[in-house]
Design a protein around this ligand. Structure first.
Ligand SMILES: Cc1cc2nc3c(=O)[nH]c(=O)nc-3n(C[C@H](O)[C@H](O)[C@H](O)COP(=O)(O)OP(=O)(O)OC[C@H]3O[C@@H](n4cnc5c(N)ncnc54)[C@H](O)[C@@H]3O)c2cc1C
Length: 289
């Protein structure tokens, strides 16, 4: 299918892109990044923007750098570039691992890190990773720039704190010590998973000093597994502790059922995926001591 007609602009600066979004707000102007989600939506007539503001010529959005202990990823960095970036591997290995689960390599060659986060699919990997890592999302608009914490950014399915005339410009990820793991339960490699778990566990000796766990696929937004974090922190965990942490987090979930499984099935899958994710992050943290 072909998309409905639209106007097209390819600005070379963020300021120009923001001005275009504002000027054509009444015409449902939308940003085009990698096009891997938006173009199919347009082809199926599920999105009908009157204007597309293509960000691909804006060089300032295309870089990965470090700023002290923070990894800064431009919104237009391709998912495949971030997946193989030495900076990402060192500062945010959880993100690098999760990227390997996003779709297939050809899609990651076009899809962008910022596009995945701005699209806010509740089943997507990167929003859960952003939540687990306490990432900050930098946003530019006509009123200037602002930083939004990941836990305030995701508002609902495909809905974020971005205003219609704002652009996500950077993803800022603080460096985390310890062990990490991204695991998911999927029917077919390369498709959206039923449940994903992003986990980071930090140890002092045998004791967990900090645990961060987030899930995808179990709610309208990525979900923080606060009960699991609390159950782990301050303990010297063994298999029983990990099981109890996963059970505690699963007890807080009430995912919607769908064609892939009932709410109960999804909760069961979340529980076992939580166990796997937490156990692997813990194992890696222990290996790094
Ligand atoms: C077959 C297939 C399988 C897939 N499987 C997965 C999967 O398993 N996991 C997964 O996470 N994703 C999956 N995807 C989606 C893929 O990761 C997309 O690349 C991603 O969701 C969107 O990134 P994009 O750069 O292509 O954004 P686009 O499609 O260009 O844009 C998506 C939306 O975000 C908005 N947007 C994009 N960038 C910005 C910005 N900087 N500021 C403000 N708004 C912005 C656009 O206006 C649009 O509304 C799949 C896609 C396909 C086609």
């Amino acid at each position: 299918m072909k998309p409905p007609p639209f106007h097209y602009a390819a600005p070379t600066s963020v300021a120009e892109a923001v001005a275009l979004l504002g000027a054509h707000a009444d015409d449902d102007a939308r940003v085009l990044a990698g096009g891997q989600s938006l173009v199919p939506l347009m082809n199926f007539r599920l999105a009908q923007p009157g204007w597309l503001v293509d960000l691909r010529r804006i060089d300032e959005l295309g870089h990965i750098r470090t700023d002290g202990d923070t990894l800064v990823i431009g919104a237009m960095v391709r998912q495949s570039e971030a997946e193989h970036s030495p900076e990402v591997a060192v500062v945010a290995p959880l993100l690098a691992e999760a990227l390997g689960y996003v779709a297939h390599a050809p899609i990651r060659n076009s899809g962008t890190v910022g596009g995945s986060i701005a699209h806010a699919d509740p089943a997507a990997e990167l929003p859960a990773v952003a939540l687990a890592l306490d990432a900050e999302l930098v946003v530019a608009g006509p009123r200037g720039t602002r930083r939004i914490a990941a836990d305030a950014f995701f508002r609902g399915p495909f809905s974020t704190a971005l205003e219609a005339d704002e652009i996500l410009t950077e993803v800022r990820v603080p460096r985390r010590a310890g062990g990490h793991a991204f695991v998911e339960f999927t029917r077919t490699h390369g498709t959206f998973a039923l449940v994903g778990v992003a986990a980071v566990v930090e140890l002092d000796g045998d004791t967990v000093t900090r645990a961060s766990v987030a899930l995808s696929g179990v709610g309208p937004t990525p979900v923080r597994a606060a009960a699991a974090e609390q159950a782990l922190t301050g303990t010297a965990p063994d298999a029983d502790t990990v099981r109890a942490a996963a059970d505690a987090a699963a007890a807080d979930l009430s995912p919607a059922g769908d064609v892939h499984g009932s709410s109960e099935t999804r909760t069961d899958i979340a529980r076992s995926t939580l166990r796997r994710g937490i156990a692997l992050a813990l194992q890696r943290a222990q290996d790094r001591r």
